[in-house]
Design a protein around this ligand. Structure first.
Ligand code: SF4
Length: 394
């Protein structure tokens, strides 16, 4: 009998199933595909001569391997950025010809994310999978966390934290569980708007963060802005430019959405920033905000999942305010794009939110450097404070 392991899961994970060839943005497109050492070796020992020939052609040893259980080898993706093992129905030929035992650890696990916190497994789903987000937003009810016993199949541990380890003696990480629960509770408290909840959480974490690092103050020079929407428009225009969407981003969805945002707000036209921000402000006021009044559970679930999965507030590093800052930046970035879609289409739908979260996560969160570089830039400009957050959310 297989050994059962105790796992904490958010309620939406139950019943997730990959939709394979039906998926609009398959995880087998646009990404490098990693092969662990054991699977890599199996590929070249298979008795299936046709498949072995294909492995020789498409699979190579990764000279920059970080971990043998993850990226010992790689699949060379073709010019259309697809995995060469996808058939005409977008189904995996390794799976259909050799069985699931031949899937690499990454292919087998995705979109499941396993973390181990204080010896307990936690499982959630990556928001770069559209079907995972559909599960996430299938219910308006607050996400609950439940304990299950599961037989662990092939998997990769994304993070392993012992919060009581002596190395964290002087770090707030020892309070990870307590702070994550508190943050999730505050975001799920529907007595106020989501925006108000996010702000309240920020003030709380700022206070805790200051009390933890006794000699550090976040008092900086005031940020000079003409208006919040002008600041936001300029900020995200710069972010889009630094992503170099049209030359560097493989996701056709993200490219299409970016085109809409650029056209909706006339972002790259030679006109004053005030005019662009006026269009943005109208889309927020007339379309995004009314939609959110009815549907802010969509983002509540997104934020809660991000917090659980990212060991919030230590998602970026040991500084709890950095984790909060980048969570808000991600949310505001998605909101900016949705407002851009609204400006062009005259409406927002739940499916727009699903696809925007998905494509944003696949592009931005899985980008090798964007989030790290942006955080460094914000810190260098001394924007890591609640004044900046209020302007960004305002
Ligand atoms: S992105 Fe999700 S639904 Fe789509 S193919 Fe991958 S696991 Fe399946």
């Amino acid at each position: 009998m297989k050994k059962l392991t105790k796992i904490i899961i958010p309620s939406y994970v139950r019943g997730f199933k990959c939709i394979g060839g039906e998926c609009e943005d398959s995880c087998c497109t646009g990404w490098d595909i990693d092969i662990d050492k054991i699977t890599y070796r199996k590929y070249f020992r298979t008795k299936n001569a046709d498949m072995r020939k294909e492995f020789v052609k498409h699979v190579y040893k990764n000279e920059n391997c970080d971990c043998e259980e993850v990226d010992y080898g790689k699949v060379r993706i073709n010019e259309s950025k697809r995995c060469p093992f996808l058939d005409e129905n977008r189904l995996c030929r390794i799976y259909s010809n050799l069985g699931e035992d031949y899937l690499s650890n990454v292919c087998y696990s995705y979109p499941r994310v396993y973390n181990v916190l204080d010896g307990v497994y936690e499982l959630s789903l990556f928001m770069s999978c559209p079907e995972a987000i559909r599960r996430l937003v299938a219910s308006r009810e607050a996400i609950r966390f439940v304990e299950e016993e599961m037989a662990l199949e092939k998997h990769i541990i994304n993070s392993y934290i012992e919060s009581k380890d002596k190395r964290w003696k002087k770090s707030a990480i020892r309070r990870l569980k307590e702070l994550r629960s508190l943050s999730i509770e505050m975001i799920q408290n529907r007595a106020s708007s989501l925006q108000a909840r996010l702000l309240k959480l920020g003030y709380k974490l700022e206070k805790i963060s200051l009390s933890e690092s006794k000699n550090k103050s976040r008092d900086n020079d005031p940020i000079k802005v003409r208006s919040n929407s002008i600041f936001q428009t300029g900020f995200f225009k710069d972010a889009i430019e630094s992503l170099q969407v049209f030359s560097e981003i493989d996701s056709p969805f993200f490219v299409e959405y970016t085109k809409k945002v650029i056209s909706g707000f006339r972002l790259m036209e030679d006109c004053p920033l005030e005019e662009k921000s006026q269009l943005y402000e109208e889309a927020i006021k007339n379309i995004f905000e009314p939609f959110m009044r009815e549907n802010d559970y969509l983002f509540e679930h997104y934020l809660v999942n991000s917090m659980f999965q990212g060991n919030f507030p230590f998602t970026e590093n040991q500084d709890m305010f950095d984790g909060y800052l980048m969570l808000v930046v991600r949310y505001a970035f998605i909101r900016f794009y949705l407002a851009g879609i609204a400006a062009v289409e005259g409406k927002i739908t739940t499916e727009d939110v699903v696809m925007m979260i998905q494509t944003h996560t696949k592009t931005v969160d899985h980008h090798k450097t964007f989030i790290y570089d942006l955080l460094q830039d914000l810190k260098q400009k001394q924007f890591d404070n609640m004044e900046f957050i209020s302007i960004l959310l305002g």
